[in-house]
Design a protein around this ligand. Sequence first.
Ligand SMILES: Cc1cc2nc3c(=O)[nH]c(=O)nc-3n(C[C@H](O)[C@H](O)[C@H](O)COP(=O)(O)OP(=O)(O)OC[C@H]3O[C@@H](n4cnc5c(N)ncnc54)[C@H](O)[C@@H]3O)c2cc1C
Length: 389
Amino acid sequence: MRTYDVVVVGGGAAGLFCAITAGKRERSVAVLDHADKLGKKILISGGGRCNFTNRDAGPANYLSSNPHFCKSALARYTPEDFIALVESHGIAYHEKKLGQLFCDDSAKRIVEMLLAECTAAGVEIRCGCRIERVERVEGGTGFRISSSSGEIAAAKVVIATGGLSVPPTGATDFGYRIARQFGLKMVATEPALVPFTLRDGFAELSGVSADAQVTVGATAFRESILFTHVGLSGPAILQISSYWHHGDAVVIDLLPERDLRADIGAAKASGAKMLTSTFLGDLLPRRLVAHWLSPLGDRPLNQLGAPEIASIADAFHAWTVIPAGTEGYRKAEVTRGGVDTTGLSSQTMEARAVSGLHFIGEVVDVTGWLGGYNFQWAWASGHAAGTAV
Ligand SMILES: Cc1cc2nc3c(=O)[nH]c(=O)nc-3n(C[C@H](O)[C@H](O)[C@H](O)COP(=O)(O)OP(=O)(O)OC[C@H]3O[C@@H](n4cnc5c(N)ncnc54)[C@H](O)[C@@H]3O)c2cc1C
């Protein structure tokens, strides 16, 4: 039986980073992954360019039942630390917007960097390895892992099998099953950073996008939205989807920079004869304006009464929809919920009740916003566990 100090199950962002950190500390480390190659999610991330961190990542950019849990790991491994690593490998990158850093060339550079770091740290990688069982060694410390590449013994086991989104990348519920097996609690999982589906057809607007402010409850995001053939997507929608629960209303301000009541009122007062659609067509895509005005009518501005102006303003500033649902794990960038953090140490990611068993990355109930935050959590939580094992 092969014996290691540390076995990491799952060779994605968090698992590889943890393995590198532990390997550099002279631990013997194996990464086991059932996929034929590692880092599949990294390769498809950021449209193939991997938004590998966010310069401004901080605890406020994460959702969790315990918002304090992520603080320690994020403080001990920062975006600057990861940027320094990327730069030390000569990987060119740029900031696209809002602190989001992407590779200039391809996400492949990040996977190559992680694999080179694994080699340098002496990490052994086993792809195509199916894990059948993870058990505590009876009467002792450590774990026995039964896998398609044989029986493996490990003093410490790190579960880094990620969430449920995009199953073709190798996503499974393995981490959640292990958590339950060892008595840890779970926070219910849901697709997050995911497009909405709508009951009412907006199919004819498919492809139209607009800058908008999107609100659910007390949370709002200001970015673009995109009409799809089944509903709504775009950065603002993906962001708010993480805060949305079935039945919640989503309020969308299609003209957050303007005050239509005042603007149309002023145009009317100056006697403007232009059609409402012409006026709004300068501010928003014409297809969208036509769709929105069809139930309200399209009259010259100087003929609009106060109630009509109020209806137009409400229609554009406070479009309220109750999504039918989401496009599900198939289209979700991440999984909200996961292993309940109350059972884990925020310093080491170790299960409080099972010494030597750690959970890192997306499998844990810590979910980042869109924009490089999820990878920063993967690096930071991987680093926290890698420093402790
Ligand atoms: C389309 C898309 C684009 C994204 N873009 C970005 C982005 O640009 N920036 C960003 O910050 N985040 C992005 N994300 C989110 C980010 O990819 C994840 O949050 C991150 O990869 C999580 O890292 P992880 O290591 O926890 O899990 P993963 O990277 O998902 O790795 C899990 C690993 O575990 C393995 N595994 C699963 N089950 C088993 C099992 N039973 N046995 C053995 N191995 C198993 C998998 O094969 C996989 O290699 C994106 C996600 C998607 C789907």
